[in-house]
Design a protein around this ligand. Structure first.
Ligand code: UD1
Ligand code: CA
Length: 501
């Protein structure tokens, strides 16, 4: 459909008093995006001559959100109602434009096809204004459509101005309209602030058009959900629920199993490959891309993550801005973030954090470990409790571990440091110097065994615990070994110390 004679106008200047928020209403989020971004995205495929947003409250922030999407803005200051907003928009509308599709920035569920159908109907009926209406269960809060006997629209009555019998009208004004601009402009001048808010209501322009004998139509939205507006937090939650349901349905259509789908939260840009399975209470956020045959187990959160095929994410794992290659397994309770990358078949287990590190093919790090700013070669095993000490208080330093390395448990690798291919690091080491390829790096205190020490201590403690009268008067020179005496002669000496290397 040719819409080059159309402009789109989005009303986004209001404060949103009913949200009781410091943030402008249209910047509140539902379905993984700000409200106004949803509206802009629904309008973009119409290829209108221009998309113009009327901004006012927090104008800079709203402009910052819509300008990157190719939207021009017009500043409404102060905000004197939806009718006044259209007066302001006029300055930004090119004179060649004949029609305007007008939308509120707070009704984000609208679909492109519905807007295109509205514009088509408007042209076909030669109307001065065409309103997108809807019949909804609970119309409270919305303006209602008054129809004359012939079926055309005679007026919109705001909720606060309804007479008793008008309350029963279930056909509501969505605030989405198509206007023939040369017919609309003269009407805006006749609007009066005759309402409690002392605002100029665009809805009053409908009655003005009718008084001039103009043709005003309303077309019913096929899906009433599409017109839901967000005036309150409850409205935001209801709209969010619709977005989430739509997205889950699309993901399931693509061949993905969602267990207890109503508990799974998926952002709009997420993609999931066929035969993948998502367990309950999972969140897939941002630009996450998941391949085929993956399993994301319960309680896991993935944001901007890339998963190739056959990846297993075990319960309660976070994968943030990280890449999991084919066949990798992570979790339970793992945390991968900031550019962590696992090559094929690598495995990360419980209570392991990986930050900005590359784990080569088949690397295993299964327990209680922090790997930050590290590169780890294929086939290496990282023992339980390994820590890369990457931060020296000022800078982050790299740790480089070669291929087929064995890092013993409870090793601290003080970066910058390198461990060569095929090397071993003994458990409990604090590695501060490079370990050459195929060497054993060992950096820990040597063990001392004192034969009989424990038995002596137990005897002394038992003696000390006896009641005073049964104890000999003279103080024993021997004391419990744990209480250190100042003089050497009181120390318990091991009979023979054996050292283990
Ligand atoms: C409006 C309609 C109502 C309709 C409902 C549908 C009017 C008077 N009423 O009511 O008939 O049923 O939408 O959701 O139009 N805005 C500006 N500048 C202003 C005032 C508002 O840009 O000076 C913007 C707001 O940011 C918002 C939109 O216009 O995006 C609608 O305003 P809002 O206050 O939400 O109108 P409703 O009371 O919902
Ligand atoms: Ca509204």
């Amino acid at each position: 459909m040719a819409t080059s004679d159309f402009v789109v106008v989005i009303l986004a200047a209001g404060k949103g008093t009913r949200l009781k928020s410091a943030r402008a209403k249209v910047l509140h989020r539902a379905g993984g995006r700000s409200l106004v971004e949803h509206v802009v995205r629904a309008c973009q495929p119409l290829k209108a001559r221009e998309i113009i947003a009327v901004v006012g409250h927090q104008a800079e922030d709203v402009t910052g959100t819509v300008a990157p999407l190719g939207v021009k803005t017009a500043l409404q200051q102060p905000q004197r109602g939806t009718g006044h907003a259209m007066v302001v928009a006029r300055r930004a509308i090119p004179s060649r434009a004949k029609f305007a599709i007008l939308l509120p920035g707070d009704a984000p569920l609208i679909r492109t096809e519905t807007l295109a159908a509205l514009a088509r109907a408007h042209k076909e009926t030669n109307a001065a204004a065409t309103i997108l209406s809807a019949e909804i269960e609970n119309p409270a809060g919305y303006g209602r459509i008054l129809r004359s006997d012939g079926g055309s629209v005679s007026a919109i009555v705001e909720d606060s101005a309804l007479t008793d019998d008008q309350h029963a009208i279930r056909e509501i004004n969505s605030s989405i309209y198509c206007f023939t601009l040369e017919k609309l402009w003269p009407c805006l001048g006749s609007l009066k602030p005759q309402n409690v808010h002392k605002e100029l209501y665009l809805t009053d322009a409908i009655a003005v058009l009718r008084e001039k004998g103009e043709n005003v139509q309303a077309v019913l939205a096929g899906d009433p959900d599409e017109v839901l507006g967000c005036n309150t937090r409850a409205d935001l939650a209801a709209v969010d629920a619709v977005f989430r349901r739509r997205k889950r349905a699309a993901v399931m259509d693509a061949g993905v199993t969602l267990e207890m789908p109503e508990t799974v939260l998926i952002d709009p840009e997420v993609t999931v490959g066929a035969d993948s399975r998502i367990e309950p209470c999972v969140q897939l956020l941002g630009k996450t891309r998941i391949g085929s045959n993956c399993t994301i187990r319960t309680g896991s959160v993935l944001a901007d993550a890339v998963l190739e095929d056959n990846v297993l994410v075990k319960p309660h794992t976070m994968v943030i801005a990280s890449h999991l290659s084919r066949g990798t397994q992570v979790g339970p309770f793992a945390h991968l973030r900031d550019g962590a990358r696992l090559e094929e078949n690598a495995r990360v287990g419980n209570f392991v954090e990986v930050k900005k590190s590359v784990l080569g093919e088949g690397v295993k790090s299964m327990h209680l470990t922090y790997l930050g700013d590290a590169r780890i070669g294929a086939g290496t095993n990282i023992g339980a409790g390994t820590i890369t000490c990457n931060y020296d208080g000022v800078n982050k330093n790299p740790t480089t571990i070669g291929k087929r390395v064995f890092i013993g448990s409870d090793t601290a690798l003080v970066a910058p440091v390198r461990v060569g291919d095929g090397a071993y690091v003994g458990a409990g080491s604090v590695i501060t110097e490079n370990v050459p390829a195929d060497a054993l790096g060992l950096a820990r205190g040597r063990q001392v065994n004192m034969p009989g020490w424990a038995a002596t201590r137990r005897r002394q403690m038992a003696a000390a615990a006896k009641p005073a009268k049964s104890r000999p008067r003279k103080k024993s020179k021997r004391r419990a070994p744990a209480r250190r005496s100042k003089t050497r002669s009181h120390r318990v000496r091991p009979r023979k110390a054996s050292r283990r290397r």
